[in-house]
Design a protein around this ligand. Sequence first.
Ligand code: BES
Ligand code: ZN
Length: 464
Amino acid sequence: MSAVSTDLDAYLSTHDARIQRELFDLLRIPSVSARSEHDADTARAAEWVAQSLRDAGLEASVHPTGGHPVVVGEWRGAGAGAPTVLVYGHYDVQPAEPLELWTSPAFEPTIRDGKLFARGSVDDKGQLFLHVKALEAHLKARGRLPVNVIVLAEGEEEVGSEHLAGFIEANAARLQADAVVISDSAMFAPGLPSILSSLRGLAYFQIDVQGPAQDLHSGSYGGAVVNPAMALARILATMHDADGRIAIPGFYDAVHAWDARVLEQMRGLPFDEEHFRAEAGSPALGGEKGYTVLERLWTRPTCEVNGLLSGYTGEGAKTVLPAKAMAKVSCRLVPDQDPAAIEALMKAHVARVAPKGVTVTVTHLHGGRPWRAELAGPLFDAARRALAAAFGREPVITGEGGSIPVVGDFQRILGAPVLLVGFGLPGENAHAPDEWMSVENFTKGMRAIAALWDELGTSTGRTK
Ligand code: BES
Ligand code: ZN
């Protein structure tokens, strides 16, 4: 098992305190993409990332889009014979609310117990930043990199990456790369480096049910006017059968059997269902009959209610027949389900099951394709060696239940293989209060990525 080169390791060790200070500065910017009151912060984070790329020795520019800006960094000094890699990450974060549940404030980074707490620490500023520092280590310690590099950092990942595919399409020639590398996911367990074999896709909907023109007295009208909350409950109840299978006709048509080798790998992973249940803080686990927890999370599609709103929800009782009801419903998708096809199926299904006496509309909010990795080839081999060098242990192949919508676009538009190596950990509280990133993983992650560029530079040149 090779080691991370001593010069890169020494550079990162020497500059450890400064690197941490800089990361804290980035984490202090509340770049919440979902909230327009934070637009100036999001723009500031984009400029900050661009400047950190320049400080590392790359050229960098900030590009306005119809939404939040895209940052592009470039270093092309390795020449035409060397491979070109594209690193993707996102500098936007999820809203930090409910703020009162944070042990220390969301935008005041704090280390406790080897964990760096802050919104965006692991998703994804910390992981984006460790890439910037890995590049810096090469460029400052050696004056060059063994590969040409493009860094693409976006500010809309947490709201569906609406403008990113268009940006990649419009700049496809400039962004042409032999490989795409992304750190926006987690390792399977502490000390166990992981390469992702799949991501689920997403089709996100809002269902609005309109009943009477305004709220009504539930005594004067109840029983004679269709109740939109009950109508919505009926609609939602049709989405699964008694075995937890999605009952929307045609929903599974494009779902294919999982690669037998990946399934076998999955069965060998050290996974304890009771530990998972306890960590989720849920009284019990549940889901589609006939599948293990990991199979349910990684290989099977879902339909989940993400939000529900209707009627009186304040203190005490109010006898009211609500005028309307609303649900946010998202479906996680697996290869080869197509978000547009699922949208059509969902709309047809809801129209079919909607009770009479209310008006039901289904709006598609955003979507993304599922993705499956190529688990062979020089990019994959280089990643295995680099992770082993930094973590002292061979990586495992894992799957993922979450989504990174742009991954499918990279493959489609650039035709480049995508490598997902993340340095988060189970229980990291991404999207929740007390989000954290392991300091050890940040440190080793920088070294693993620095080693990856060495490995790719010395491999056969082109990676596809
Ligand atoms: N970093 C996550 C993706 C992810 C989730 C990786 C869980 C590993 C585990 C990413 O920032 C994310 O949250 N994606 C959203 C995408 C959505 C808003 C389109 C998701 O999965 O909900
Ligand atoms: Zn996220």
